[in-house]
Each structure stands twice: as structure tokens, then as C-alpha cells.
Design a protein around this ligand. Structure first.
Ligand SMILES: [Zn+2]
Length: 406
């Protein structure tokens, strides 16, 4: 813990760069970041944790998202911390849509080093944030800072976005430090994206509903979600039978400070694996989708980590990549920052094209926006989301399910 009263942007980015190197060493995306108070004291620094022990640990464990959850967890423990408006996150890489949504939902400031032309919120370097819903653009312009990189190399740039906070002494990043932030991410990006998509193809998957009740995979599923495998529909076609599970989670979401959202995960056979509520009272960014996608990833991680080759083979056959299944949101995306975070986290869960035979992997029951508006919102997202994954939230086809939740 530093107790300096002030810090250079350069010194802060150097800490983020060191964290990014640690992330690369761990075998995950080479991205790091830190959180500063209103005097420039370092409150916390950490790095990406998407991959641990050579396995997918948590697709949402990006640096900025973890820093924000850390902030809320500390406050929940009773620690006095400045308001988000007085906090600055410094990150080695331009925030993705998930992290940008989380930053905007909380009201934090952010200083960004390297650009990310695939998933960065400022991927076009305009600092206009046209990728965001219109209502969030001005807030991003006031809180996302891209300091100047002085020099003449390809890493040089003029300052754009918001001015760095006044506690920073120097307000520029050196070319070598900026280059380090870029290169360490570029050195990891393709490999980690491949690891997030190295699961068995759907035809090789086996139905977990055929396993005996005392099988380790069934027990782990039921421990995570007691109603796992008690509902089944035709693949990708949720019907009214899913309503009681969603309604129960929606009620729990309201108890936990949310607006009554819930997200179910069905596997490629139509089995219900999980249906989670958010935990918004613990952290303003623990939405139902964040809880669901993280719970599924961590369930697989726990079963795979340290298991024998035969056990790992079993887990990979019975618990496939979520892209082959269906996420069913009780409420469709809207134009809020939390909803944008969810869309981004969905992208971070996929990290590659949706299967051609499963274009409606993302389904919702109750619409929050007219379909054309929602399609336009998704079509404006950075290239990873709109061109590679092709995020396309679609309302469930079953009218009885819609009526049951209305
Ligand atoms: Zn991110």
C-alpha cells in the first residue's frame, strides 16, 4: 500500500503494466489495473484472471470488473472508501463492453493505456463512444481518459477523452510503457481466446440427465443449483415449464436489491443447469447474468482442476461450452449501463462465433426495448461483439412462457 499523496499517470500505468506481465505469466489475457483514491493512493492492484491453472476460471474476471467488485466488497465489510466519482481505475488496456458497463454503472473514472481494436469501448480512437447507448456517451466522455503518449512511434497519440484527475502530477504515458501494455496483451490474446473455445463440439456432447444421481457431476450441479436437471425442454426452445424457476429467481433478485431479473442456462439437450438471481446489495455489478455465467464457469473449473484425465474427459463430455446451450434472461436488455455490462459479459463468455446452428443462444422472455432498437444497440458494439460473436438477443418463441412472466 502506497501512501504517497500524488502519483504520475506514468507511474500508475507502470503498475498496471507489471500486473499485465503477471497475468501473461499466469497464462491469461495480459491485462492489469489498479484503483486509486482521490489523492492518488493505490487502494488495490490486480490482473486478469480469466484463465487459471490452464483452465477457464471465470470469463468475467477482467481487471476492471474485479476491481469494482473488490471496491463494493470492501464497502460491504464496513471499510470507508471514497465515492466512485472520487475513484480512478487505471488499466493497461481499453475496457471491454462488460468492464465499461460496470465502470459506468458504478460511476467510476478510468485512465486507459493501450487500445483494443477488437473489443475496446474506444476501439475507433474517437473518444466519441458511439458504441454505447446514447444516454451513456456523455458520462463516458466525462470519465474515460486516454492520456497523451509523447513521441513519434506507432504508440504515440494525443490525449483524448476526459482530463486525468488533478492529483496526477505528470499526465502522460511513456512510449515504452504504452508499448509494453500493448505487446503483453497482443502476446496473449489469440491463445486465450482459443482456450475459451477449445470445448468439444456439440455432436460429441453427452446428456447429463442420463447420469446416476450420485455421479460427481450431478452432485456438483445440484450443489450449485438444487433444481438442476429437474426441467427439460426441446433444445433451445424454453417453454412455460421454465417459468416457476425464473419466477423464483426473480423474487430472490428483488430480495437481493435487484430489479427482478433472473437468468437460466439450458444445455444443448434442453436441460436446466442453473437459474440465478443477482446480488446487487453486495455489489452494484453482480447482476443475474454475471452470477449465472460465472457460476457455470466455476462449476466446470472446480470439477476439472486437479481431476484425473478420465474425470476431465467426463466433465468435458457432459458439461459443454454455454455457446451450445441457451441463456434465458427473464428480462431483455435495455439501454442501461448494467444491461450493457451484461451484453459485454455475454461477449466475454463466448469470445468467438456462436455456432451456426444455434444463432439464438441469447434468449429473453420479457422485452425491455423494441426489437429494432435492441438490434441497433448490438450492431453498434465493437467488432468482436457485432462481427465475430454476432450477439443477437431474441425473444423466446413460447407465448405461454411470456404470459407466465408478464
Ligand atoms: Zn473487460
Amino acid at each position: 500500500m502506497a501512501h504517497k499523496k500524488t502519483i504520475d499517470v506514468q507511474a500508475a500505468v507502470a503498475i498496471a503494466a507489471a500486473e499485465a506481465i503477471a497475468a501473461k505469466t499466469q497464462g491469461t489475457f495480459g491485462v492489469g489495473g489498479l484503483m486509486l483514491d482521490q489523492h492518488g493512493n493505490v487502494l488495490q492492484s490486480l490482473h486478469n484472471n480469466v484463465i487459471k491453472d490452464g483452465l477457464v476460471f471465470d470469463p468475467t474476471a477482467h481487471g476492471e470488473r474485479q476491481l469494482i467488485d473488490w471496491y463494493y466488497a470492501e464497502r460491504a465489510k464496513g471499510r470507508e472508501l471514497p465515492a466512485p466519482q472520487d475513484i480512478t481505475i487505471v488499466t493497461s488496456l481499453d475496457p471491454c463492453c462488460m468492464c465499461s458497463g460496470a465502470i459506468l454503472a458504478g460511476g467510476f473514472n478510468v485512465v486507459v493505456a493501450a487500445p483494443d481494436q477488437a473489443s475496446g469501448i474506444n476501439y475507433d480512437n474517437s473518444a466519441a463512444f458511439k458504441v454505447l447507448p446514447e444516454a451513456l456517451r456523455a458520462q463516458a466522455g466525462d470519465s474515460f481518459s486516454y492520456p497523451a503518449i509523447l513521441g513519434s512511434s506507432l504508440y504515440a497519440r494525443a490525449a483524448t477523452g476526459a482530463a486525468p484527475k488533478s492529483f496526477f502530477i505528470g499526465k502522460t504515458i511513456s512510449e515504452p510503457t504504452q508499448a509494453l501494455c500493448s505487446l503483453v496483451f497482443e502476446a496473449t490474446s489469440a491463445d486465450v481466446m482459443a482456450m475459451l473455445n477449445n470445448d468439444l463440439p456439440q455432436p460429441a456432447l453427452k446428456d447429463p440427465a442420463t447420469l446416476p444421481a450420485d455421479h460427481a457431476i450431478v452432485r456438483a450441479l445440484k450443489q450449485q443449483y438444487p433444481d438442476a436437471l429437474t426441467y427439460r425442454c426441446a433444445p433451445h426452445q424454453p417453454n412455460a415449464g421454465l417459468a416457476p424457476f425464473l419466477l423464483q429467481a426473480m423474487a430472490r433478485d428483488r430480495e437481493h436489491g435487484g430489479a427482478g431479473d433472473a437468468v437460466a442456462l439450458l444445455d444443448s439437450f434442453g436441460n436446466l443447469l442453473l437459474c440465478m438471481a443477482g446480488r446487487m446489495t453486495q455489489s452494484g455489478i453482480r447482476s443475474a447474468f454475471m452470477e449465472t455465467t460465472r457460476a457455470y464457469a466455476q462449476l466446470r473449473y472446480k470439477l476439472l482442476n486437479g481431476a484425473s484425465a478420465a474425470q476431465q474427459d467426463d466433465v468435458r463430455h457432459y458439461l459443454g461450452h454455454p455457446k451450445d446451450g441457451t441463456f434465458v434472461f427473464a428480462k431483455g436488455p435495455d439501454a442501461s449501463a448494467v444491461s450493457y455490462m451484461n451484453l459485454g459479459a455475454y461477449g466475454s463468455t463466448m469470445e468467438g462465433p456462436l455456432p451456426l446452428e444455434n444463432p439464438t443462444q441469447f434468449q429473453y422472455v420479457l422485452p425491455s426495448l423494441p426489437p429494432a432498437e435492441l438490434a441497433a444497440l448490438c450492431a453498434a458494439m465493437p467488432p468482436l461483439y457485432r462481427n465475430i460473436i454476432r450477439i443477437q438477443p431474441t425473444q423466446v418463441a413460447d407465448v405461454a412462457l411470456v404470459n407466465a412472466l408478464s
